[in-house]
Design a protein around this ligand. Structure first.
Ligand SMILES: C[S@@+](CC[C@H](N)C(=O)[O-])C[C@H]1O[C@@H](n2cnc3c(N)ncnc32)[C@H](O)[C@@H]1O
Length: 385
């Protein structure tokens, strides 16, 4: 069945069973018709890249995706597909996965009547959910892309939630509506913009996907204090596209990857440990600035997969040759930074610190900037006597 009512009920059932949907938000999810926020053209992956799916060409598939468990890609390459043909290269807007939307709204802990600012309106769906619970007049949303902002405004108005949608740079917040009880960003940041702190009421919350170029996968919740700062901790695992001016894009191309001119060494640290272990890669990202990792599977040019580390700001790169079953991996490094050495040092530091998880990190924002520090592990609970 592809009628929106049945699909919406199925979505709700999935969210309820998975435990992501709190009672407080289930009414809003039931009331908002998600498909009314999804544009007629969405983007899907066909194995080789991002291609458009037009509602008029396959209305059933379009509707299934509108209520499906995955994010719905609604814009690529800032609205100007850059790939050959009509292919997209980068995802620049989407309606987030319903379970992630539910998880974030639960973490926001927003109550009816509170004032809320959303950064990254996108389709307007999340703004409608906020409006349903907080009251339409209490919600403002900012979108940097004028076309997306217009689409969201229309969808919000026609579904009965005429939220104020501002076209602008969400990094500046929206001082006209401050102070807010809650600021919620649906685009990831590396650096929490200080205006968000200034525009949140002391005791209020800033909730945002947060990450480093190395690890873009944390949901951070900050409590704003009365001395102009905020204290944050990691409360979830989500990966979002970044705020426009905080993007960090790096590629591996043939020229920068010339192994014959690179410095050679070996390591016993397996690629999985530094790239796929959530806790390790979070910690590495905290300690190795301006560096991302890219996994390139074995292909026609190479028998082995490689894990690349790239800092485009200094033209530095390194790679680890992934030889399955080996206990020693060749390393190449090039450019002014020895990126692999930095990563291995950070990894060993994390391991020697007792492999701390996300809950051990505190992120502090002051007018001077942002700092992430590792807190002491809590002592083991004393056995009951
Ligand atoms: C994951 S989408 C948001 C999904 C949206 N909340 C929804 O319900 O559909 C992220 C959005 O952030 C927007 N964005 C990126 N940088 C921004 C900025 N500096 N200010 C405001 N919006 C921004 C993007 O254009 C994109 O639409």
């Amino acid at each position: 069945m592809t009628d929106p009512e049945s699909l919406s009920r199925q979505m709700l059932d999935r969210l309820t069973v998975s435990g992501e949907l709190s009672l407080a938000w289930s009414e809003a999810f039931a009331a908002i018709p998600r498909h009314r926020f999804i544009p007629d053209t969405i983007w899907i992956t066909d194995g080789a890249g991002l291609v458009p799916l037009h509602r008029s060409e396959d209305p059933q598939e379009w509707m299934r995706r509108a209520y499906g468990p995955a994010a719905v890609i609604t814009q690529v390459d800032d609205g100007h597909p850059a790939g050959p043909g009509e292919r997209g290269h980068y995802i620049t807007s989407s309606a987030s996965q319903p379970d992630v939307v539910a998880l974030m709204l639960a973490a926001l802990d927003a109550q009816p009547g509170m004032g809320g600012l959303e950064i990254g309106t996108g389709t307007g769906y999340n703004a409608a959910l906020l409006a349903h619970r907080l009251g339409t007049q209490n919600v403002t949303s900012i979108e940097i892309d004028p076309e997306l902002a217009n689409h969201a405004r229309r969808a919000l108005t026609s579904t009965g939630y005429p939220v104020t949608v501002v076209t602008g740079d969400g990094a500046d917040g929206y001082p006209d509506g401050a102070l807010y009880d809650r600021i919620m960003s649906t685009a990831a940041v590396r650096q929490v913009p200080y205006p968000w702190v200034v525009q949140t009421r002391p005791g209020g919350t800033i909730l945002t996907p947060w990450g480093t170029p190395y690890h873009n996968g944390a949901l951070a919740s900050f409590t704003v204090n009365s001395d102009g700062g905020a204290d944050g901790r990691v409360v979830g695992n989500v990966a979002f596209m970044r705020l426009r001016d905080q993007r960090f894009r790096a590629t591996v191309d043939d020229e920068e990857g010339d192994e014959t001119t690179a410095r050679h060494s070996h390591t016993t640290v397996a690629p999985y440990n530094v790239a796929s272990d959530y806790d390790a890669s979070l910690a590495i990202g905290m300690r190795v600035p301006n560096c991302t990792n890219i996994y390139v599977p074995a292909n026609g040019d190479s028998d082995y997969a490689r894990l690349w580390f790239v800092d485009p700001t200094t033209d530095s790169w390194a790679n680890l040759v992934h030889r399955p079953g080996a206990d020693d991996y060749p390393v190449h490094q090039s450019g002014p930074r020895n990126l692999w050495d930095e990563i291995e040092t950070a990894y060993r530091w994390w391991r020697d610190a007792g492999r701390p998880g996300p809950q051990r990190w505190r992120i502090t924002i002051t007018p001077e900037g942002q700092q992430a520090t590792l807190t002491q592990a809590s002592p083991p609970a004393r056995p009951a006597s």
